[in-house]
Design a protein around this ligand. Structure first.
Ligand code: ATP
Ligand code: MG
Length: 414
């Protein structure tokens, strides 16, 4: 007889359930709470875009574009890519939807993103990000607001302990050109010591060598000149305004002069929140200012700054959230009382109480089963003298006692 092969989950994808799902939900809820406090609007953008949207905005030489994109032809002639991040799609939307009229726009979104990577702990092919962007604000105050938002989120999640904000400036265009020339001169001198990947980067995008993870590159990268000597006074003032703003807002930071975002349109602020608690997957939240991106996509020159964080990685750092306890469990101890119990259930839920009902299996065992639900309140339903009776089993000092009593009285009076 032919055996039916059982389906397999695709490598690098996840089925998120139980404790993992509770961690996931906790991150999204905290993000949503802090979003409101900072008055950001929510936005949804497509899961796939024309490939060029990502290729042009993230840069051909970035790891993501050169080797991690899920790109496929659809049934027409278009080449599409599953989003590997949110910024590019949001900037595309800003251009195509004419959102200039709303600038400055403070936006958040979250959802699945896709990267063809080697799966391991904390690294998946479909993972999830939360994302925050401010588009159309050129001032350092926008960078400060985004960083303060991120910092408050980590506090809200109880994981700010052991997570460090590493901050750098990439300067303005003039700064970058001068620094880039100095970097190229330095790396040219040390060609022989660089990895093959970095030799390619040297041709196309030399700054990226600075954040290479290849140990062969580290000595040369660490000895490379800092940007500081090349900062124009404007770029220096911008960075100072950001750091002063962070100090004023009580956000701790450290300078990491090696931290880069390698693309030409990145400007000024670059940052990562880094932890030592996740092994090699240490970056939990990262972002920066991308003033040239929208122009590069063919839109009007528009400044922008933003960050993204992996929901799974944040979730791994949070304490395991408790299993949700229902407010009320109903034990239907006599089937004749079922209709009455259903009416009670509907009334409780209409009054914002969460309810679980135990009405199957042997009636004698239902009460015991209901106690195991660990709801805050237990109400039992029986049948006496041809009438249904409901008993509120909660102690009078129980916070929900009065509410349950009032609702049961209301039901009895109908
Ligand atoms: P890494 O250096 O870990 O590859 P990255 O620089 O590619 O990270 P970003 O593009 O800045 O990461 O994405 C923002 C965040 O998304 C990261 O800080 C991390 O929390 C998360 N992230 C990135 N790639 C993955 C992945 N493959 N699986 C799970 N989370 C990820
Ligand atoms: Mg990566």
């Amino acid at each position: 007889m032919a055996r039916i092969e059982t389906p397999k989950r695709v490598r690098g994808t996840q089925d998120i359930f139980g404790e993992e799902q509770r961690r996931f939900a906790r991150v999204v809820e905290a993000f949503e709470k802090v979003r409101r406090l900072y008055c950001f609007q929510q936005v949804q953008v497509p899961v796939f875009e024309a490939t060029g949207v990502f290729a042009r905005s993230m840069g051909e030489t970035s790891d993501v574009v050169s080797k991690e994109m899920y790109t496929f032809p659809d049934r027409g002639d278009d080449l599409l890519t599953l989003r590997p991040e949110f910024t590019a799609g949001i900037c595309r939307a800003y251009i195509t939807e004419g959102w200039q009229q709303y600038a400055p726009l403070k936006l958040t979104t979250h959802g699945p993103v896709f990267r063809y990577e080697r799966p391991q702990k904390g690294r998946y092919r479909q993972f999830h990000q939360i994302d925050a962007e401010i588009i159309g604000a050129a001032e350092p105050a926008a960078d400060v607001e985004l960083l303060t938002f991120a910092d408050q989120l980590l506090r809200e999640l109880g994981i700010s302990e052991g997570v460090t904000l590493q901050l750098n400036t990439l300067g303005d265009a003039e700064t970058r050109d001068a620094w880039r020339a100095a970097l190229v001169a330095h790396f040219e001198k040390h060609r022989g010591e660089l990895s093959d990947d970095s030799l390619t980067r040297l041709e196309k995008n030399p700054m990226r060598i600075l954040d290479s993870k290849d140990p062969r590159d580290r000595p040369v990268a660490d000895a490379a000149p800092d940007i500081d000597a090349y900062l124009t006074s404007e770029a220096g003032a911008f960075f100072e305004a950001v750091t002063k703003g962070l100090d004023a807002a009580g956000v701790a930071w450290t300078r990491n002069a090696r931290l880069v975002r390698g693309l030409d349109y990145y400007r000024h602020t670059a940052f990562e929140f880094v932890t030592d608690r996740l092994g090699a997957q240490g970056t939990v939240l990262a972002g920066g200012r991308y003033d040239g991106l929208i122009g590069n996509l063919g839109g009007p020159e528009t400044p922008g700054v933003g960050w993204a964080a992996g929901i799974e990685r944040l979730g791994m750092l949070t304490e395991a959230p408790a299993v949700e306890r229902p407010d009320v469990v109903l034990a239907v101890e006599d089937d004749q009382a079922l209709g009455y119990a259903l009416a009670a259930q509907a009334l409780f839920r209409a009054n914002d109480l969460s309810v679980e009902m135990i009405a199957t299996g042997s009636p004698r065992k239902r009460y015991d089963k209901a106690t195991k639900v660990l709801a805050k309140v237990l109400v039992s339903f029986g049948w006496q003298n041809g009438n249904p009776v409901a008993k509120n089993r909660s102690a009078a000092e129980q916070p929900l006692h009065e509410t349950v009593k009032r609702l049961l009285d209301e039901l009895a009076g109908r």
